[in-house]
Structures are given as C-alpha cells and as structure tokens.
Design a protein around this ligand. Sequence first.
Ligand code: MF3
Ligand code: CO
Length: 247
Amino acid sequence: MIHIKSEEEIELLREPCAIVRDCLSFIGERIRAGMTTKEVDALVYDFIKASGAEPSCLGYYGFPASACVSVNEVVVHGIPDGRTIEEGDIVSVDLCAYKNGFHGDGARTFLIGKVSESREKLVRVTEECFFKAIEHLKAGSPLYDIGYEVQRHAESNGFSVIRSYTGHGIGRDMHEDPSVPNFGRKGTGVRLPANTVLCIEPMIAEGGFRVEVLDDGWTAVMRDRKSAAHYENTVLVRENGVEILTL
Ligand code: MF3
Ligand code: CO
C-alpha cells in the first residue's frame, strides 16, 4: 500500500533529505584516488551524526556501514572495506539519513580523476535516465512510466538496466511501497497519488544486466565484471510535477 504523506509529514522529511543531499556533495568534494572505501564511509558516518541524524543503513538487516560504496563492477551494496580507490575508477556512494522520524535516501556515482570515455558516458547517461524519468512525472502518472523512460534512455545509448534491484517508496520506513523498477511498459502500473514520496534510482550497466551477489551476502557485482553506475534521489510527487528532495 502506498503511504500518502500529509503536509506535516512532508515538512518533517525534508530535513533528512537535505542532510543526504549535503552529505553527497561533501563526499563529492573529498573523494579521491588513494582513499579506501572505508575512509569514505567514515566521512559519511561523521557527517550524518554531526547533522543530528542517524545513518539508516548502519545495521539495516545487518549491513555493517553507513554508506554503500560500490566501485566499477560493483553496482550496489558495496561494503566499505580496505579497497583503495584508484584513478580511473567510478565510485557510487549510496546513503540514507534518519531524522524527525523519516528517512532520506540518495546516491551519486563519482568519477575519480581521468576515467575512460565509456565510463564517463555511463555515469552521464545514468544521471540523464533519472531526469528523463521525472520530466513528465506528476500525480496521476502511471508508475511504470518511470522505468519505461529509464530503460529507453539507457538502451538507446547501448547500456542495459539492472532488473534485480529497484527504487522504492520511502518515509517512516526506508523501503515502502511501491517498488519502482527501472524498466517497464508505458501507461501501466498504479497511478501515483499526489504526495507520494519515491526513491528513483537508475542502476545502469555498461555490458549485460545480469548481477551476482558475493558470498558476503551484499556486494552486487555485474556478472560480466563490466562497470555499472547508480544515481538516486528522493522525490515528492505533486499535482504539477515532482520536487527533488535530495538535490
Ligand atoms: N540506499 C539503499 C537503497 O536504496 C539502501 C541499501 S541497503 C543498506 O535501498 F543495507 F545499505 F541499507
Ligand atoms: Co534507495
């Protein structure tokens, strides 16, 4: 069941979303070759705590960190560890903050120094997929129009969309209904009510769409070990369009 937010709830959830936004820019200014993914996670933890919020990911079904840090062939849910970020890598940082009884959620994929043309295009197209998806989105839009737009843009650029992970509703819980796939048939799915809050998160691959999860139970890796990118914002669906809460 989709939870439609009241205006009071919307005021409360703006703050955790703004913290996610600011934390992602803070990381974007600092992430560089030579850092480990664990050092990135420490920056996220400290930033979220200093903002008076809680890192929602930490301990979520046992997840051991405040951010998912996913390098190159890791598409999502990378566990921060001793892996050193290198020049030419693309690194997705996905984080959630909890404050005022609500969660905010967002992700960016950062380019480390000079990256290959193909990786640069992948990251750019992944971001564009998000903006294509929200361009005409408003109250009454069919849910699967989101995935239709993401898939169309990704595939027309020679990339593929990950099927096994989706976006989601968000609010008092980090994952609420509905599930928001990155593929779909135009004009289908539930019509989104006004004041629905969604995480729209294209996950796009350079090669095939098949993913495998490593033995740690989290790390989602492209089966062909080619690169993947991720871009996510929490958005509020209004009568006339959407408001991006984490940008
Ligand atoms: N931000 C992620 C999402 O979109 C959360 C990943 S799972 C966690 O759903 F364990 F890291 F929290
Ligand atoms: Co999310």
